[in-house]
Design a protein around this ligand. Sequence first.
Ligand SMILES: [Zn+2]
Length: 135
Amino acid sequence: MQAIDTLTPCPCGNDAGYARCCGLLHEGGVATTAEQLMRSRYSAYVLKREDYLLATWHDSTRPAHLKLAAQQPAPTWLGLTVKRHETSGDQAVVEFVARLRYGGGKAQRMHEISRFVREGGRWFYVDGEFPGKVD
Ligand SMILES: [Zn+2]
């Protein structure tokens, strides 16, 4: 945790810093909203926390593995903007734009509308729609 404690702002963009934001969830904390979970999953992609991504993926759609470390060209995550968060009971939708670059390529935007469900008091990522390029 020591090296990671210096991550300010948090990879998800929170000025409070990683240790007070997504780090709490990565270390076992429970996300109270789907947006929090979504942010912590974005940070997990940044930090290649594949274990966390799989643990927060609903078992109906969860892949066997992600092989983030083997991804070529490797993505560099540049930032996250949450555009919408709607919760209805134990279902939620979070729309966001993540910016990233593959290898030395130019920055691009990934626009996703993610679905989440809450089971046993925990939010899980189910799947996402990609409404097309926004740039
Ligand atoms: Zn965060």
